[in-house]
Design a protein around this ligand. Structure first.
Ligand code: ZN
Length: 410
């Protein structure tokens, strides 16, 4: 029974299981500064804010004392001016001196992918700390009124502590995706009557559902998510375009890829308990069939356009259950620009010239789509029949199969 004693001792002795702080990371986003404690075990925490001066206090139980030196060496970022810490009874008190009043929320994330246990503290500003990534500056400059402007939401995949896939020589998907997204946004913003909204415009994570919400808030006419493909087989290469499928993916790789992309929320640190009431936001929408058809249309135009500068992984638009494509009323596509796990395509993805060509070809596909398939309100005004030129002509059965999910899978 000696083992039983050992187990009992371990349960009674918290110092045995004190979690070590591996790293404290700070990410600055437009609406919040995120603090992430990287830990090798579970901890308990209590969180509160104080004013005069403004500060956020986190008491952490079960944290190894060696964390003190590491915490006190961290430099501030975003709203955090300074980090201080001290042992206080059984807990370690960590104080974040903030340069404005903040709304603080904390949650823990279980281990996933490259990460172990994490304690995440989000410090949201009552007012954004910087102008939002969206084109509000452009609106202020007197852009055409909403009904004349086509709004394209451009979503750079991953970001912040979620690097996405990694190339053999170290290029990160989050960086390549953001560079291409910004180039695409510029092309759109330089076009009369078109406006781009970036779901993120910096190195921070935005939840998959929040990316869709940003697009909806700006009444986007199209949602384009930019990623780099990845696979364990380093010889896989080529560009691909995906639309949503709830009834199974078009290939084994598509299913693998969707699972990998959907795991971004676990890596990027979305508070999973929030998912439940998001279910209510996803309703079966009667326009879903038309939205899917439009998604296929713009998807095949982008694919054909990209074929001019890179080989295609598959000649047709692919389908899989990507969480980021789940806006029932906005045509949505996910562009896997090239394989970052392929050495040659990683080199291409790192080059500014290739990023610009990708942005240009994606833009050409988008322009072609809007040329023949105007946004809803304009279609109604002109009383014109939308033209369907998709190579993936949908049968009504297939449209039904693409019907909206009964709920979010996660
Ligand atoms: Zn990705």
């Amino acid at each position: 029974m000696r083992w039983a004693w050992a187990v009992a001792l371990m349960l009674m002795a918290p110092w045995v299981t004190a979690a070590e702080l591996r790293e404290l990371r700070l990410w600055e986003g437009p609406e919040a500064t995120r603090v992430v404690f990287d830990l090798d075990g579970d901890v308990k925490h209590a969180l509160f804010t104080l004013s005069d001066p403004d500060r956020v206090v986190v008491d952490i139980e079960g944290l190894d004392q060696r964390a003190l030196a590491r915490l006190n060496a961290v430099t501030g970022k975003g709203v955090v001016a300074r980090v201080r810490s001290a042992q206080r009874g059984d807990a370690m008190r960590v104080v974040f001196d903030v340069n404005q009043p903040v709304f603080a929320t904390g949650f823990v994330l279980p281990p996933s992918a490259d990460y172990g246990h994490r304690l995440v503290i989000d410090l949201a500003s009552p007012q954004p700390t910087q102008p939002p990534a969206a084109g509000s500056a452009e609106q202020a400059r007197g852009a055409p009124p909403r009904d004349e402007t086509i709004v394209v939401a451009i979503d750079a995949g991953h970001g912040g502590e979620d690097p996405g896939a990694r190339g053999p020589s170290g290029l990160l998907e989050k960086d390549a995706a953001l560079r291409i997204a910004r180039k695409l946004a510029k092309l759109i913003n330089d076009t009369p009557n078109m406006r781009a909204v970036l779901t993120r415009d910096g190195d921070y994570y935005v939840g998959l559902r929040e990316r869709v919400n940003i697009a909806r808030k700006h009444q986007a006419d199209l949602f384009v998510s930019i990623h780099c493909n990845a696979f364990t087989r380093r010889d896989m290469r080529g560009s691909a375009v995906y639309v949503l499928s709830e009834r199974g993916a078009t290939s084994e790789h598509a299913r693998w890829l969707a699972q990998k992309e959907n795991a971004a929320d676990l890596v990027g640190g979305v508070h999973l308990q929030d998912k439940d009431h998001e279910l209510a936001a996803v309703l079966i929408d009667l326009s879903q069939g038309a939205t899917m058809e439009a998604s296929f249309d713009v998807g095949s135009r982008i694919l054909q356009s990209m074929a001019k500068i890179n080989r295609l992984q598959k000649p047709d638009v692919q389908q899989a259950g990507f969480a980021v494509l789940k806006a029932p009323d906005i045509p949505s596509v996910l562009v896997e620009t090239a394989f970052i796990t392929n050495a040659e395509e990683e080199r291409l993805l790192a080059s500014g010239a290739f990023q610009a060509s990708l942005a240009e070809q994606i833009f050409q596909g988008i322009k072609g789509y809007f040329h023949s398939y105007r946004p809803r309100q304009q279609t109604v005004e002109a009383e014109a029949e939308p033209q369907y030129v998709s190579r993936n002509a949908l049968t009504s059965e297939r449209l039904q199969a693409a019907e909206y999910p009964k709920g979010i899978s996660r």
